[in-house]
Write a protein that binds this ligand. Structure first.
Ligand code: MN
Ligand code: MG
Length: 660
């Protein structure tokens, strides 16, 4: 077909011109230092060792600080990874430092610099300031780099302009501009290094997950095209090798899966490792660890102790700066070329256990925090600034004893997001009802307190108090039968109440965590706590009609639940239809910004679930926030009553009037 031929020609032209750019880059790098004719001959048998040191998925965790909670958090932060980098460099004087992407998005600091007070052309992102200080050699582009759109990405990476940015090249082989068919970033770069008096040329190539076209469709459609990771590697690696490099390192912003390969495969490192000419891999995106002897066990051709995939060394260095990958490569010169004689892939964590079993963290590099003082302070100020207003107090106090505004807000935000997503991306599902599940994360487990957002301005840190975990939004397509099973599992939150018993009975099961008590909005239902677990959900209805076992539903939840977290029946990852790159928390923030002012009647009075009324001889008791009966009344929950206060005023004891 004519149209196809035309686009093939365009692709071909893109390849040629892309090659031109990379040849030029290679010549510039090579200029004056390693022209073949002037390089002194390397003797046969000469050995040289160097280390590839790498981070991945830093997500702008520059400092060890949680902006959502406005507290220090030693579990994260490049300021601590930096200490591991310094140590690895002292062990391996010959080294290169690489970053595997998902670098400029992920904390409130990055949101602040991208959307709240957009960074100017003449300024460098806090993240890159610190990476420049650490003298990174090369980075690649993860999926999250696209979250703020291409103009922003191009500005902060000085891609095609003279703005400030990283003092090191960024490479990406599998994304092409529609306008001219060229790769958006150079597909690869060549580092020419003098190690122990000899020249070693290291090729570094990068790949991003192809589903960026779905996740950031609004930014990317019509602007760029994406190529499968394997196809891209097969196209570009031979050209990189043809430029006379000694070693090729692949920065694969993707995880490790041996599922059948497709050109849209998200976690394609298993297949990239099989492409001839790639010598070592940095993996990421899955926010996991490799090699650690635990993850990716029993996968054919993967050694999760030695850290090899099809015999090639590979690391996945955690996320948010909590780990560093170190690949040692021992080269030997023979038959006119450097050969990799031996390699060792290692994962180094910023945390460890001391002799007493307590967790200890490496110290931060003291030079880093002063580089970003202003950005850090500005971000904290922003986190405390309202993004919207609520006319009522939002709490988790009674979220397991009645339907509360807290759960309604999470679900309303999730449904709003998925409605738009389905319209734009999944029109084949547009006739399915969209339901949403939310659980109260903060129910004072181990004295951890409750969600408590006062009426008035809602700041970002308040939304983090509501949605404690940094999960990402996912949605599943399930049957009515699975929907009922989901609610039955949630209803295991409750002990079985014996109506005839005259003694006090405790309502809440102490062995069932509240984060598994999913309240599902969009349907109505009742819970009969006098029935045994598994047969407690009654009157499950949608638009006043009973939910049929065979009806299909979209249910919005998070990555934890959708992929099997909590062991809910029928939720094993296979029913996932949407895997958003956005956190549920960010989606709630956006929703509050959009709504502006939350009003009780519209935003906090759903009451779509309740207990089946039963007369109970004795008291049904539970514990909640101190002296908060009035909060239940404000929620429209009329059947809980305070019995007494704990002497230390930490909590009060309540009873549920099940007959009401
Ligand atoms: Mn990531
Ligand atoms: Mg509700």
């Amino acid at each position: 077909m004519f149209g196809n031929k035309k686009s093939n020609q365009r692709r071909f032209a893109g390849v040629i011109s892309g090659l031109g750019i990379s040849l030029l880059a290679a010549l510039l790098v090579a200029c004056g230092s390693d022209d073949d004719s002037s390089t002194p001959a390397i003797s046969e048998g000469k050995q040289v060792t160097f280390a590839v040191i790498a981070t991945s998925d830093l997500h702008t965790n520059v400092l060890s600080y949680d902006y959502y909670k406005t507290v220090a958090d030693p579990t994260l932060g490049l300021e601590r990874t930096a200490t591991l980098i310094t140590k690895a460099r002292s062990e391996y004087p010959n080294h290169v430092l690489l970053d595997n992407g998902d670098t400029i998005q992920g904390t409130v600091l990055s949101d602040y610099q991208a959307t709240v007070a957009p960074i100017k052309c003449e300024d460098t992102l806090a993240q890159y300031k610190v990476m420049n200080y650490l003298k990174y050699d090369v980075g690649t582009i993860g999926n999250h780099e696209f979250n703020y759109g291409l103009p922003f990405l191009n500005q902060v990476t000085h891609n095609g302009n003279n703005c400030k940015g990283p003092n090191f090249p960024l490479v990406l082989a599998n994304v092409y501009r529609v306008s001219d068919g060229k790769t958006l970033f150079p597909p690869y770069t060549i580092l020419t290094r003098e190690f122990d008096g000899v020249t070693v040329k290291i090729g570094v190539i990068g790949f991003t997950p192809p589903p960026i076209m779905q996740w950031d469709k609004k930014h990317l459609e019509g602007q760029v095209t994406v190529q499968g990771v394997k196809e891209s590697a097969e196209q570009w690696v031979p050209q990189l090798r043809a430029e006379g490099v000694d070693v090729v390192i692949a920065l694969v912003h993707g995880g490790l899966s041996n599922a059948a390969y497709t050109s849209t495969m998200e976690n394609a490192a298993y297949y990239a490792a099989q492409v001839p000419g790639i010598d070592a891999l940095i993996m990421g995106h899955s926010h996991s660890y490799f090699p650690d002897g635990k993850n990716y066990a029993n996968m054919a051709n993967v050694d999760n102790v030695k850290g090899t995939i099809f015999g090639k060394p590979a690391v996945m260095p955690g996320f948010w700066g909590n780990a560093l990958g170190v690949i040692r490569l021992d080269l030997e010169y023979g038959k006119g070329a450097w050969q990799i004689k031996q390699s060792k892939a290692e994962l180094r964590l910023t945390s460890s256990k001391d002799a007493s079993g307590a967790t200890v963290y490496v110290s931060p590099d003291p030079n880093i925090a002063p580089l970003v003082t202003q950005e850090h302070q500005d971000t904290i100020k922003y986190v405390n600034t309202p993004v919207g207003t609520s006319e009522f107090r939002i709490t988790s106090f009674f979220s397991t004893t009645g339907d509360t505004a807290a759960m309604q807000l999470i679900n309303a935000a999730q449904i709003d997001y998925v409605k738009t997503f389905v319209q734009n991306n999944l029109p084949q599902y547009s006739s399915l009802p969209i339901l949403s599940a939310a659980a109260p994360f903060k129910m004072n487990f181990g004295g951890s307190g409750f969600t408590d957002i006062p009426a008035g301005g809602i700041a970002i840190k308040n939304i983090a108090d509501l949605y404690l975990y940094p999960n990402t939004l996912q949605a599943v397509k399930i049957s009515g039968e699975t929907l009922k099973g989901w609610l039955e599992k949630s209803a295991q939150q409750f002990n079985t109440i014996d109506p005839a018993k005259a003694d006090d009975q405790s309502l809440i099961s102490s062995s069932f965590p509240s984060y598994n008590f999913d309240v599902i909005d969009g349907v109505t239902y009742q819970i009969d706590v006098t029935k045994p677990a598994g047969s407690r959900i009654v009157n499950l209805s949608y638009n006043s009609q009973p939910v049929l076992p065979t009806q299909e539903w979209i249910v919005v939840t998070n990555n934890y639940r959708a992929s099997g977290g909590g062991g809910f029946p029928g939720l094993d990852g296979k029913s996932i239809i949407i895997e958003s790159p956005d956190t549920n928390r960010d989606i709630i923030v956006s929703y509050v910004k959009k709504v502006g002012t939350l009003k009780r009647a519209k935003d906090g009075a759903d009451r779509n679930w309740s207990f089946v009324p039963v007369a109970v001889a004795g008291k049904v008791t539970f514990e909640s926030a101190y002296d908060a009966e009035a909060v239940a009344r404000d929620e429209g929950i009329t059947n809980v009553f305070k019995d007494s206060d704990k002497a230390d005023k930490s909590v009060s004891f309540y009873r549920l009037q099940l007959a009401k």
